[in-house]
Design a protein. Structure first.
Ligand code: ZN
Ligand code: ZN
Length: 312
């Protein structure tokens, strides 16, 4: 099971009741934060969410509405007595930004590892220090990254939470696997034992479908997105403008209307669309819901504090 909390659903500037871009994913007691706009830590506090277990922060791009919450949040994480390192992933420029931020908060009790311009696929696995990022995909969470089309370098993120196959006793016995190595094989190890090589497949049952979650903001609806988000259980996507008549503004500012985001959800064959990153010019995003629903029925208009549980 994975928990999602939309911490901030605004774009550009904070509004009363609407902080800026931020999403929190919790899985097996560890947390991944995506974007960290102003208000992120206040929103976490409102939701009684702890700070210490944030292991990774993925930044889509370095516009202020996606990063201005970082100094405060990183400082608060320091005050929570965290000593394990934190990984920050982001597009070109993120290292310089982090160096600047760290001059404001040089006293952090943990180190920050920055991955700038990540490769298109990374793996995330559990370690004694929390979640750890690896350069391959055979891990607990497979992470994909896509370059979007915004006014600066901007990344879309997709997470596939792997569901391990069940242990199959009959298979282990018929493959003559010694009992001593059953649990290590179940955990994915390849083992040389006696003079034979044993593989996880020799004790595991059928593959099982995991959970896919995609996060797309800020961008125009480019044609690489539907493939990238294909089959997502949940697509969290920007809908900066609700009104279809704002299409020219959307094109000029490299954003999307609700209808365009819904078009991506439809083409990407996702299960559910959660809209976010609303322009400060929209007081009540819900009033424009029809513009999305006409194209993609299972659309939810996001709000600060929205939560959802995704189950296997
Ligand atoms: Zn933005
Ligand atoms: Zn932006």
């Amino acid at each position: 099971m994975i928990n999602i909390a939309l911490l901030g659903s605004g774009g550009s500037m904070p509004m009363p009741g609407r902080f800026l871009s931020s999403l929190l994913m919790s899985y097996k007691g560890r947390k991944i934060l995506i974007d960290c706009g102003e208000g992120t830590q206040v929103s976490m506090k409102n939701m009684n969410s702890g700070f210490k277990s944030i292991d990774m922060i993925c930044i889509t791009h370095i516009h202020g509405d996606h990063i201005f919450g970082l100094p405060g949040l990183l400082s608060t994480i320091g005050n929570s007595a965290r000593t394990e390192p934190i990984t920050i992933i982001g597009p070109e420029g993120i290292k310089d930004i982090m160096n600047s931020i760290l001059t404001l908060i040089p006293y952090l009790p943990y180190t920050i590892n920055v991955i700038e311009n990540p490769p298109p696929i990374l793996g995330i696995s559990f370690s004694t220090n929390g979640l750890k990022v690896e350069e391959h995909s055979n891990e607990d969470i497979q992470m994909s990254i896509l370059e979007l089309d915004h006014s600066c370098s901007c990344l879309g993120y997709s997470f596939y939470i792997v569901r391990r196959p069940k242990f199959c006793v009959q298979k282990a016995i018929s493959n003559q696997v010694p009992k001593e190595i059953w649990s290590r094989l179940q955990n994915g190890e390849f083992i040389v034992y006696g003079n034979r090589i044993y593989e996880p497949d020799m004790v595991l049952g059928e593959k099982r479908k995991g959970i896919k979650l995609s996060y797309i903001t800020d961008t125009r609806p480019i044609n690489t997105i539907p493939d990238f988000i294909n089959g997502s259980d949940l697509l969290i996507c920007e809908g900066t403008y609700g009104d279809n008549e704002d299409i020219e503004k959307a094109i000029k500012n490299k954003h999307m209307t609700f209808a365009e985001a819904a078009g991506l959800a439809y083409k990407g064959n996702v299960k559910e669309l959660l809209l976010t990153h609303f322009s400060p010019s929209i007081n009540e995003p819900i009033l424009y819901k029809m513009n999305a629903i006409e194209i993609f029925q299972n659309t939810t208009i996001g709000y600060d504090g929205f939560t959802k549980e995704l189950c296997f």
